[in-house]
Design a protein around this ligand. Structure first.
Ligand code: HEM
Length: 411
């Protein structure tokens, strides 16, 4: 049995959970016909998701593109470089790239960013507060959740302050849906990002700074990253790091606006309370709806009469696994208490993935949210939604999940 799915459908984007629940009832993986004419196997159960993500028979290396090649050109070239990052590799090659990148994400190095993240948050909040004063409607996505992670990644990449506005603009354009901008603008943004990172890398090689990216750019190790690998790494960190964290911040803020009791509890309980809000947001509104695509390198029997054929595309739907009723009591409810210290019952969510590709930036993402969310509600304690939360548009597609806008005003 195959079910049809249009990932761009607005109602599906806003609330995909009933669709996923129906798929989960069908077995360990279900075949879905996508509106672009391809088909995929979606894994929606918690235990099956963990099993697939840890199984080397599901490869991360993208299948060669069939059909006519896309037009060559600088923008296509920039995208081709992006595709060479570690999320698109398996086995020894993946371990090499990941090991080299890991030096920049040790707990000590990430935690050392706390004060800097606080400073960047205060800068973003100063602008937001100025705009919200006088009762104007502001957007917690465009004016808070988007700029902050881009600034933090800029810090990690060692992007000088004077260039950050450009980086923010190009990033915004590259991430915009096709048709949202004037023709050619997205391609131009790709080319600008590519050119900018190439220059930045040359600069880091010559004059390493204190930033984490300079650690990756250091020469001298026989296995060190070459220029193309570094370029792909910069892109990966930018895109793995900003859109996901943006969705975490936006979804957490949205949930807290709708659950003032939970907001008060977090403010009362301090760090453990905020940590519980963040874990529950990651579970309840998983910022990466699905992992990146896997490809079955052979036919894999997942049990219960389900065999995924060799060559099939497989998507592990983290958002669905995190609402598996066999694992989480009352899974559709937003209940930070399940992650409160001492509650001891909730299994870890899968929002950061599982297995060899489990998120390298999880500690950084949690730190950003731990710093930014309390500061937001301290600076603007009287924020109220300026639109019915049930009608907000969500980002389309199966990869990222989060509201496109969260309009608010001061009471
Ligand atoms: C709330 C924020 C975030 C979420 C929910 C998230 C989630 C994930 C998930 C699910 C994966 C695995 C994808 C797969 O298996 O296909 C992943 C991988 C990765 N993430 Fe994150 N991420 C977040 C923030 C970050 C940040 C801030 C960074 C770094 C700046 C980062 C860097 C990476 C990298 C480098 C990988 C690839 C790891 C590998 O292939 O071994 N992420 N992330």
């Amino acid at each position: 049995m195959t079910t049809a799915l249009d990932p761009a459908d607005e109602a599906f984007a806003r609330d995909p959970y009933p669709f996923y629940a129906a798929l989960r009832d069908r077995g360990p993986a279900a075949r879905v016909a996508l509106s672009n004419g391809t088909s995929a196997w979606l894994v929606t159960g918690y235990r099956q998701a963990r099993a697939v993500l840890a199984d080397p028979r599901f490869s991360n290396v993208p299948a060669p593109r069939s059909g006519p090649r896309r037009a060559d050109g600088p923008a296509a070239g920039a995208r081709a470089v992006l595709e060479q990052h570690m999320l698109n590799t398996d086995g020894a090659e993946h371990r090499r790239l990941r090991r080299l990148a890991s030096v920049a994400f040790t707990p000590r190095r990430v935690d050392a960013l706390t004060e800097r993240i606080a400073g960047l948050t205060d800068t973003v909040l100063a602008e937001l507060t100025a705009r919200a004063d006088g009762g104007a409607v502001v957007d917690l996505v465009d004016d808070f959740a988007f700029p902050l992670p881009v600034l933090v990644i800029s810090e990690i990449l060692g992007v000088p302050e004077r260039d950050r506005l450009d980086l923010r603009t190009w990033t915004y354009r590259v991430g915009s849906p096709a048709g949202a901008l004037a023709p050619g603008e997205i391609d131009l943004a790709w080319r600008n990002l590519h050119r900018y990172f190439a220059r930045l890398i040359a600069d880091k090689r010559r004059h390493p700074g204190e930033d984490l990216f300079s650690l990756l750019a250091r020469d001298g190790d026989a296995e060190a990253l070459d220029d193309t690998e570094l370029l792909a790494m910069a892109f990966l960190l930018l895109f793995a790091g900003y859109e996901t964290t943006m969705n975490l911040l936006a979804s957490a803020a949205l949930q807290l606006l709708g659950h003032p009791g939970e907001l008060r509890a977090a403010q009362r309980d301090g760090d453990p309370g905020w940590a519980a809000v963040i874990e529950e947001t990651l579970r309840h509104a998983s910022p990466l709806e699905g992992t990146t695509w896997r490809c079955a390198s052979e036919t894999v029997d997942l049990g219960a009469g389900t065999a995924v054929p060799a060559g099939a595309s497989v998507l592990v739907v983290l958002a669905a696994a995190n609402r598996d009723p066999d694992v989480f009591t009352d899974p559709d409810a937003f209940r930070p208490g399940r992650y409160a210290p001492g509650s001891g019952r909730a299994l870890p969510h899968l929002a950061f993935g599982h297995g060899p590709h489990v998120c390298l930036g999880a500690r950084l993402a949690r730190l950003e949210a731990m710093v930014a969310l309390p500061r937001l509600f301290d600076a603007l304690p009287d924020l109220r939604p300026a639109a019915d939360p049930g009608t907000l548009p969500y980002r389309p597609g199966l990869l990222v999940r989060g509201p496109r806008t969260v309009p608010v005003r001061r009471a």
